[in-house]
Every structure is written in structure tokens, then in C-alpha cells.
Design a protein around this ligand. Structure first.
Ligand SMILES: Nc1nc2c(ncn2[C@@H]2O[C@H](COP(=O)(O)OP(=O)(O)OP(=O)(O)O)[C@@H](O)[C@H]2O)c(=O)[nH]1
Ligand SMILES: [Mg+2]
Length: 239
């Protein structure tokens, strides 16, 4: 296991939050992992809406590096102006290490991530799978274990089980019961491995289509909720 140190919720607040009078700015990492070809890169593109920079196309397929982007959200809450500045990190889905000259696979990308990341804490871990391919859902078992081993999960992390290809409604192979079992599995793994009490409510599920963009707003909502959950706005005066 990499020894990068864990943050608990109060140290997250100390390090990743600035309160200046009515202005509150928070930051943190949003990490996408999951099997190759499940739609991680396209989801991030839909989130940041860089549609001019990247045309939505099948030309982007297998990622061979860790991809970075950011997502900024502002809202008013009571007398506060609240800004979330989320750093997105999208990992390649190819497991293990790549051969020389074949770009980066997941573990190569992980080395790079630990060198270059500007924000240490993962506020949201997005475990990505293809709703029409049950194997990509079953493989989340591998991805959650890998994430825990590499300190991508802490007490402050919210988990999203992200089902893509929601446009292929008649081919959906992952049902509600699978999701319930999946959430329990993730909760138990985190609780046992990190020896913490990890509440089930910190694990949510969102289904999206990167083709029609159905569900993208829900995903944005889930990410914002995760930040509000960690940086509990009602406790500002305690900081
Ligand atoms: N129909 C449909 N196609 C999708 C959806 N999401 C992604 N795709 C397609 O699936 C393919 C893979 O998507 P990517 O975003 O490159 O997948 P990835 O998870 O980043 O893959 P790696 O970088 O190899 O790990 C692309 O051809 C996308 O156009 C979706 O929700 N619906
Ligand atoms: Mg990719």
C-alpha cells in the first residue's frame, strides 16, 4: 500500500476549504476508474462540456494516460457564495502496466498521478461500468480493492457507482438487486480495509448515457452533494 497518509473529514476542511467572509471555496479530487471502454473519458467530457475542444466521436477510445480536467460549480446558500472547484482525474481502464511504447496502463498512470496531483484528497470516487455488460460491473470488485490499496479512498470519500450506456435500455444487464449488492460490497470492503465506519449513504448510484446525455445532470448533482456532504456548510461557524 502506498504510504501517502489519510485525511479525516476535519483535516480535509482545514486543507481544502477557504472561507473569506461570505465567500466559501472548496476543492478536491474526483477520480474515475473502471474497466476499459466503459465511458470514463466521455463522461468527463460531458461533465466539463468541452464540446468545442473535443467533438463527441468514436475517435477517442482507449486512454493511454491519466487525463485531467476541472469542473467548477457555484451556488448561493443562505448568505454564502459557495464555489466548488473539482479536479477531475480519469484513469485508463487497461489493468496493470503497459508494455514499453504502448502508453500507460492503470498502474503506470497511478505513478504519474501521485507525482502530479495538486489535490490530495479524493472527494468522489466514480466506479464506472457499462450497464449492458455485466462483466464490467463485476469487475468493480477489482477496481474498488485497487482504489483502497492505493489510498484513493478515505473516510471523506463519496462513492458513485456510475452505469453508462443507459441509452441501450433494452440491453441493460445490471439490475437493482445487483446494485444493492454492489453497494454493500463496496461499503464492507472500505469499512474492513480502512477499519472505519463507512456509511452506506456515502455510496450512490447514477445511470447515464453519454450519447443522449440523459442522467448527466443527476451525476453533476451527485458530485455536488458529495462536496456538500464533506464540507458541511452548516458547520462553517465551527471552523
Ligand atoms: N451508446 C453509448 N456509448 C458510449 C457511452 N459512453 C461511452 N460510449 C462509447 O464507448 C466507447 C468508450 O468510451 P471511453 O469514454 O473512451 O471509455 P473509457 O472508459 O475512457 O476507456 P479507456 O480509456 O480505455 O479506459 C466510445 O466509443 C464511446 O463513444 C454511452 O453512455 N452510450
Ligand atoms: Mg478513457
Amino acid at each position: 500500500m502506498r504510504n501517502v497518509g489519510f485525511m479525516n473529514k476535519s483535516s480535509v476542511k482545514r486543507n481544502l476549504m477557504i472561507v473569506r467572509e461570505q465567500d466559501v471555496v472548496v476543492t478536491g479530487g474526483v477520480v474515475f476508474i473502471g474497466d476499459g471502454h466503459t465511458g470514463k473519458t466521455h463522461t468527463a467530457l460531458n461533465l466539463v462540456r468541452n464540446k468545442d475542444r473535443y467533438k463527441k466521436t468514436d475517435l477517442i477510445s482507449k486512454s493511454i494516460n491519466v487525463e485531467f480536467d476541472y469542473f467548477v460549480y457555484q451556488s448561493n446558500y443562505q448568505q454564502y457564495k459557495f464555489t466548488i472547484s473539482a479536479q477531475l482525474f480519469i484513469f485508463p481502464g487497461q489493468k496493470g502496466r503497459a508494455k514499453k511504447g504502448e502508453g500507460l496502463a492503470f498502474e503506470d498512470a497511478l505513478d504519474l498521478y501521485f507525482d502530479v496531483r495538486t489535490v490530495k484528497e479524493v472527494i468522489v470516487l466514480i466506479l464506472t461500468f457499462n450497464l449492458t455488460d455485466i462483466a464490467t460491473f463485476q469487475n468493480l470488485e477489482y477496481w474498488v480493492k485497487t482504489a483502497i490499496e492505493n489510498n484513493l479512498v478515505s473516510e471523506a470519500t463519496n462513492i458513485i457507482l456510475l452505469g453508462t450506456h443507459y441509452d441501450k435500455k433494452s440491453n441493460i444487464a445490471v439490475n437493482e438487486t445487483d446494485i444493492i449488492h454492489g453497494k454493500k460490497f463496496v461499503q464492507e470492503q472500505i469499512a474492513n480495509e480502512l477499519n472505519i465506519d463507512f456509511p452506506l449513504k456515502q455510496i450512490t448510484e447514477v445511470n447515464i448515457s453519454n450519447l443522449t446525455e440523459e442522467g448527466i445532470e443527476n451525476l453533476i448533482g451527485a458530485i455536488i452533494d458529495a462536496f456538500f456532504n464533506v464540507f458541511n456548510i452548516d458547520e462553517f461557524n465551527l471552523i
